[in-house]
Ligand binder design. Structure first.
Ligand SMILES: Nc1ncnc2c1ncn2[C@@H]1O[C@H](COP(=O)(O)OP(=O)(O)OP(=O)(O)O)[C@@H](O)[C@H]1O
Ligand SMILES: O=P(O)(O)OC[C@H]1O[C@H](OP(=O)(O)OP(=O)(O)O)[C@H](O)[C@@H]1O
Length: 216
């Protein structure tokens, strides 16, 4: 039974949630039944473990952590690269793997003043700048694969996992930008001021992650 002030953890709703929850359980945390993908509750208290969870949009996890309303958060590396928030990245959890890639039609050809559609404008901008290519980045919030199909852009920068969305829309992966997995992040002040509680969770999760790596 923990006596300390609860650690607040920002949990991403959506794709990552179930895998993140499983990791917490495998780390021996009894998080109860309120913390579930089906729940509509936005805050879940687990007093037995001195933990409190916030259910947030994946893109917003680093925002809550940077501002210190959450001590810890679980978030995809894609979001960290895009959001560039001032947080500590403590652990690669190895869950929800995917990649960020450039994609387009099979017969794509370099054009003058090329356009790229993406949910990740900063990542795309940085990638093409580092390659010395000038592109016009168009920010979309989803259904990004539609852009080249209807002539909005020549290419896209988006998440690829199974490759099914690209395939079903007649697109191909042209270049991989980076591999993505989910990470445990911490608020900078919490990491110093609540170090023993934070380190305990990090160590427990690291054990689980190490065990999975060993068995794969
Ligand atoms: N196939 C995939 N597509 C998108 N994200 C994936 C995929 N596989 C793993 N991920 C990871 O899951 C996270 C996205 O989760 P999710 O799709 O639930 O959120 P979202 O993009 O904010 O979705 P929405 O805007 O539809 O709520 C990404 O940040 C990435 O790290
Ligand atoms: O390679 P796949 O396994 O097909 O996964 C990749 C697709 O999944 C995501 O879209 P999502 O379902 O989140 O919809 P969105 O278009 O609203 O972002 C991503 O943006 C790709 O479109």
């Amino acid at each position: 039974m923990a006596e300390r002030e609860p650690l607040v953890v920002a949990m991403p709703k959506g794709r990552i949630f179930d895998e993140a929850l499983l990791l917490l359980k495998q780390a021996g945390l009894s998080v109860g039944t309120d913390l579930s993908a089906d729940s509509r509750k936005l805050t879940v208290e687990v007093p037995e473990e001195a933990l409190s969870f916030l259910m947030v949009k994946p893109m917003d996890v680093p925002t809550y952590v940077e501002h210190g309303v959450a001590d810890l958060g679980v978030v995809g590396k894609d979001v960290l690269l895009e959001e560039e928030r001032d947080v500590y990245e403590l652990l690669d959890l190895g869950i929800s793997p995917c990649r960020i890639s450039v994609a387009g039609s099979r017969d794509w050809k370099q054009v003058f003043n090329p356009k790229v559609a993406t949910k990740y404008p900063r990542i795309a901008d940085r990638y093409f700048r580092e390659k010395g290519q000038q592109v016009d980045v168009i920010h979309l919030n989803g259904s990004v694969e539609l852009a080249p199909l209807i002539g909005l852009t020549d290419r896209i920068v988006d998440i690829v996992s199974t490759g099914r969305t690209l395939k079903e829309n007649g697109l191909v992966e042209l270049e991989e930008i980076t591999h993505v997995t989910s990470r445990l992040i911490a608020n900078r002040a919490s990491y110093r001021l609540k170090s023993s509680a934070v380190n305990e969770i990090v160590e427990r999760l690291a054990q689980v992650v190490k065990g999975k790596e060993g068995s794969s």
